[in-house]
Design a protein around this ligand. Structure first.
Ligand SMILES: [Zn+2]
Length: 374
C-alpha cells in the first residue's frame, strides 16, 4: 500500500516536472515578435545590467538612499520576461545570450542556440558596422553576463576559452576582473602579450586606467573577481564607466557598451541585504555616470535592466527617513519574476510595456538600423 502511494507520488511529480519543462519550451515558439521602433534614433547605446536586480533590490537601494536613486531620471519603464529555453528560471548565461543575441538558449550556454549554433550578438553587429564597442563588469570580464556579448561556448565555465574571444573580437575597451584567465592559463599561453600585439594598453590598476583617454584599453583590475563594495572595491564601477564612455565617444560612428553591476546577484545568493544594497547603490552611481554622459551628448540611449531576480527578495519593512531596510529572502537561487527596464534618451519610449528579454536585442538592432542579415 505504502509502495503504491510512493509510486503514485513519484508519477505525479514526474508529470509536474515534465509539464513545467513543456511550458517553457512551448513559450519558446511565440517570443519572436516583430519589433518596430519609433521616434528619434540614438547614435550610441549604453546597456546596463544589474545582475539579479529585481524591483525589491531597486527599492531597497532607494530606501537606503532615503527615497531616491539616479535611475529615476529614466522617464520610460517596462518589464521583461526572463525564462530560458530550458528552464522557467534562467541563469545569467541564458538571459545574457537572450538580450545580447535575441535567441533563447539553455541555462549555462553562452552565445549559442539550443542546437549549439553560434548566434551573433549586438556587440558583434555594432563592431561589424564600424562602431566602437566596450564591456565593463565588477566580476571577472570572462563571467557569464559580459561573456554573453562576445563569447560562443557550450559552458559558461570555459573561462579560458572565453578569454580568447576578447583577442578574436577585439572590443575597444574592456574593464573588469579575470586577469588570470588571460595570464595564468592551464595552456601556459599569455594572452596579455596577444592583447599588447593588437595595440591594447593592458593596465591592472584603476588609477592608471582612469588616465586613458583614447586607443584600445584592456583594464584587468583583479586576478578573478573584484572585491564586493563591503570589502573595499571603492568607485571602480563608476570610474570604469566614465573612462570607457570617454574613450568610446571618440568614434564618430558611435558605440555600443554593456556595463554590469555583477554583484547585486551575489548579495542575493548570500541572502545578505547589506551586500545587495551596497552593490545596488554602486551600480546606481555608475548609472549616474551614464545618464550624465547621455544628457550632455544628446544622441545616446541608456537602457538599464537585470538578467533575472536573485534571492526572492521582499521588503517587509523599512524607513525612508532613516534608510532602514527589513528584507527577507525566499531562496538562495534565482527566481522567475519579470524584471524592470528603465530607459533614457533617444528611442527610450520603445522600452515601455511588457516584452520578452529577446526583444531587447531586436529593439537595439532596429534603433541602430541594423538588419539581421548584415
Ligand atoms: Zn546568480
Amino acid at each position: 500500500m505504502k509502495r503504491t502511494i510512493f509510486f503514485s507520488a513519484m508519477l505525479i511529480m514526474l508529470v509536474i516536472v515534465s509539464g513545467c519543462r513543456q511550458t517553457a519550451e512551448s513559450q519558446l515558439q511565440d517570443v519572436s515578435s516583430k519589433v518596430l521602433v519609433s521616434g528619434k534614433k540614438p547614435k550610441n547605446i549604453i546597456f546596463m545590467i544589474g545582475d539579479g536586480m529585481g524591483i525589491s533590490q531597486v527599492y531597497a537601494g532607494m530606501t537606503a538612499n532615503k527615497g531616491h536613486l539616479n535611475l529615476e531620471k529614466c522617464a520610460y519603464t517596462g518589464l521583461q520576461k526572463t525564462f530560458s529555453a530550458s528552464d522557467y528560471i534562467t541563469d545569467s548565461a541564458a538571459s545574457g545570450t537572450a538580450m545580447a543575441s535575441g535567441t533563447k538558449t539553455k541555462n549555462g550556454i553562452l552565445g549559442k542556440d539550443t542546437t549549439g549554433k553560434d548566434v551573433k550578438t549586438i556587440l558583434e553587429y555594432a563592431r561589424d558596422h564600424g562602431l566602437a564597442t566596450g564591456l565593463v563588469a565588477t566580476s571577472a570580464i570572462t563571467h557569464a553576463t559580459p561573456a554573453s556579448f562576445i563569447a560562443h561556448v557550450k559552458s559558461r565555465n570555459q573561462y579560458e576559452d572565453i578569454a580568447r574571444f576578447f583577442i578574436r573580437h577585439g572590443p575597444d575597451v574592456f574593464i573588469g576582473g579575470g586577469r588570470d584567465n588571460f595570464a595564468s592559463r592551464k595552456d601556459g599561453e599569455n594572452l596579455l602579450d596577444s592583447l599588447k600585439a593588437q595595440g591594447y594598453r593592458v593596465i591592472f590598476s584603476m588609477d592608471s586606467i582612469e588616465q586613458v583617454k583614447h586607443g584600445k584599453l584592456a583594464g584587468l583590475t583583479a586576478p578573478v573577481h573584484n572585491p564586493p563594495m563591503t570589502e573595499g572595491r571603492g568607485n571602480m564601477l563608476p570610474e570604469a564607466t566614465a573612462t570607457a564612455l570617454n574613450i568610446l565617444s571618440n568614434d564618430p560612428d558611435g558605440f555600443f557598451i554593456m556595463i554590469e553591476g555583477s554583484q547585486i546577484d551575489w548579495g542575493g545568493h548570500a541572502n545578505d541585504q547589506k551586500y545587495v544594497i551596497t552593490e545596488m547603490l554602486d551600480f546606481d552611481n555608475a548609472v549616474k555616470q551614464a545618464l550624465d554622459f547621455a544628457e550632455k551628448d544628446g544622441n545616446t540611449l541608456v537602457v538599464i535592466t537585470a538578467d533575472h531576480e536573485t534571492g526572492g527578495m521582499a521588503l517587509n519593512g523599512g524607513n525612508l527617513k532613516t534608510g532602514k531596510v527589513e528584507a527577507a529572502f525566499t531562496t538562495k537561487g534565482h527566481t522567475a519574476v519579470m524584471v524592470p527596464v528603465f530607459a533614457y534618451g533617444p528611442g527610450a519610449e520603445n522600452f515601455t510595456g511588457i516584452y520578452d528579454n529577446t526583444d531587447i536585442f531586436r529593439k537595439f538592432m532596429a534603433l541602430y538600423g541594423f538588419s539581421a542579415t548584415d
